[in-house]
Structure formats: structure tokens, C-alpha cells
Design a protein around this ligand. Structure first.
Ligand SMILES: [Zn+2]
Length: 300
């Protein structure tokens, strides 16, 4: 997986801003922060075909005002509620230390060994649920809404290097401690102040790169997927190899991470946000436009 840092056109302000909210080694719960999810969902919604756009609109509660991104962080907000505790292991995948590989049957389970309880399994499950949208009764509507929000959120999580990380450090959680103690407050405060103004700008940069920039030729390969239920495995493999190549590289426990660490990884973060959005749109277009027929009953 390359990094298009050299030719990626992001405004300097957006880069400075992103350095502030750098996500790569932030703790899992906050990593791929709120803004990353919002951008992934905005990119996806802009790429929906008319029918899928209409279905998404219908599934969203009225208060979302037709804006999928406004609810894309909902799964992070409810993961510790009693009713939703079962979802807490669905936000990530732990892979064997230093292996830098992902194997669904080996790695997709929670800490109790329950199968399919990882982010790749969750995406399979909610994609499969949404493919039954047409048969859903009004009673099912609520579940379909949740399935849409979970799928949209987990596509963001899956694309974040270190949501697919090593078991012993819990996806970079223990490694980053020091950075969080010494530097993160500063970074996060700056990000909070700037975000209101600049997230749109950053979004615009990503959109431009997709429509007539460095990523326009890549989009069709990002969307390429024969089997909707196994494509998440491919995205997980990308994430763990990026985590090994960039996320963990040159980082030792207790170290205070430099600004250079973050600035050098920003183009990767931007690209993963874009890929997550393009692929989420691809999945929603296919499940809601009816060209997806589930032929695998149980994930293996
Ligand atoms: Zn999450």
C-alpha cells in the first residue's frame, strides 16, 4: 500500500489541522476521532446512487435531517451502554503481535473467543442484514436504521490502521500513553478550536482528490469487490500492513511522539478516510440497488 504524500493536494491549513487531531496512535475509543467518521460518511453519502440515497434518507431518523454523517459516531457513544455492550468488541481486530497479517478465522473473535466478534465480522453481519431491507416490515425499520449506522461507523474503524493492531498493546493503546499525557491535550485543544472552520476545507480537499485529483484513477480499484461479505478482509489486511509499516514504525513504549511522526502519516490518514467513504458508498449502492444477493449464510 503506497502513500501518495508527494502528490496529495491538501491545503496547508488542513494539514496543520490534521496534525493536531492525528489519530494513528490515539486510544481506540477516540482514535479515528469523531471527525474521521464524519468525513468518511460524508464522502460516502455524496457517492450514493439515487435509489440508495433515498433508502438511506428513509432509514435515518427525522432529527438527522437526511445527514448520515450526523449519526456516524453513534456506535461509539453507545458502546458502553448495557444494551449495546455486546458491540464493544466490534470496533477493532487484534492480530498476533508482529505478524502483520489478518486471518479471519484466526483473528475475528472477541476476548472470550466468540467468533465473528470483530470489526470485519460486524461489517459482514450488518451488510447481510441491510441486504434484507426490502423485506423489512415497519417493525424492522429500527433495526435497519441501527444496521446502517453500525455499518457506516465500522467501515471507518476498519480503515483505520491500529484498529487492526497487535494484541499485546491493544491496538497502540499502551504505546501511546506518554504522547497522550504530554502532548495530546495541546493537540486536541487546537483541533477543537479549528475544526469548526476547517473540516469543510479538508473535506473539500479529499473530494477534489477523488473527482479530479491524485485518487481519481484509484477509485475504481478501491471499489473493486466481487464478494461483498469477504471484501472487509481485504481492507483489514491493508490496515494491519499500514499499522506495521507506519503506525508502529519507529515507536517504542513510553516515547513522546514527534510532530514529524504525525505529519508524515497524515496523507495515509486522509487516504484511508477517502477509501472508507468510497467503499461504504459501494456497499450501500449494491445492497440497496438490489444487485447483491447473499449467498453465504454464515461467515467462515
Ligand atoms: Zn468505533
Amino acid at each position: 500500500m503506497g502513500c501518495n504524500g508527494g502528490s496529495l493536494k491538501l491545503s496547508m491549513r488542513a494539514i496543520a489541522l490534521l496534525v493536531c487531531f492525528s489519530l494513528i496512535l490515539a486510544p481506540r475509543a477516540q482514535a479515528w476521532s469523531k471527525e474521521g467518521h464524519i468525513m468518511t460518511c460524508r464522502i460516502a453519502q455524496a457517492l450514493l446512487k439515487p435509489h440508495a440515497a433515498e433508502v438511506v434518507h428513509n432509514l435515518l431518523p427525522d432529527y438527522a435531517d437526511g445527514d448520515l454523517s450526523s449519526l456516524c459516531t453513534w456506535p461509539d457513544q453507545i458502546r458502553h451502554w448495557y444494551k449495546y455492550q455486546w458491540t464493544s468488541s466490534l470496533h477493532f481486530i487484534d492480530t498476533p503481535d508482529k505478524a502483520c497479517t489478518f486471518d479471519y478465522s484466526r483473528d475475528c473473535h472477541d476476548s472470550h473467543g466468540r467468533k465473528d466478534m470483530c470489526v470485519a465480522g460486524a461489517i459482514r453481519n450488518f451488510t447481510s442484514q441491510l441486504s434484507h431491507y426490502k423485506e423489512g416490515s415497519s417493525d424492522r425499520r429500527h433495526n435497519m436504521t441501527e444496521a446502517l449506522l453500525f455499518l457506516s461507523h465500522f467501515m471507518g474503524d476498519l480503515h483505520q490502521p491500529l484498529h487492526v493492531g497487535f494484541t499485546s498493546d491493544e491496538g497502540g493503546n499502551t504505546i501511546q500513553l506518554r504522547w497522550f499525557k504530554h502532548k495530546s491535550n495541546l493537540h486536541h485543544t487546537a483541533a477543537a478550536e479549528l475544526f469548526g472552520k476547517d473540516m469543510d476545507l479538508f473535506q473539500e480537499d479529499i473530494q477534489n482528490n477523488l473527482t479530479h485529483g491524485v485518487w481519481s484513477d484509484d477509485m475504481s480499484s478501491w471499489e473493486d469487490c466481487n464478494d461483498l461479505l469477504s471484501c472487509p478482509n481485504k481492507y483489514a489486511v491493508e490496515s494491519i500492513s499500514l499499522a506495521c509499516k507506519w503506525g508502529y514504525k519507529g515507536v517504542s513504549p513510553g516515547e513522546t511522539l514527534s510532530d514529524k511522526y504525525f505529519s508524515s502519516r497524515m496523507p495515509i490518514v486522509a487516504k484511508r478516510i477517502a477509501q472508507g467513504g468510497v467503499r461504504l458508498a459501494m456497499i450501500l449502492n449494491r445492497v440497496f440497488d438490489g444487485d447483491f444477493h447473499e449467498d453465504i449464510a454464515t461467515p467462515t
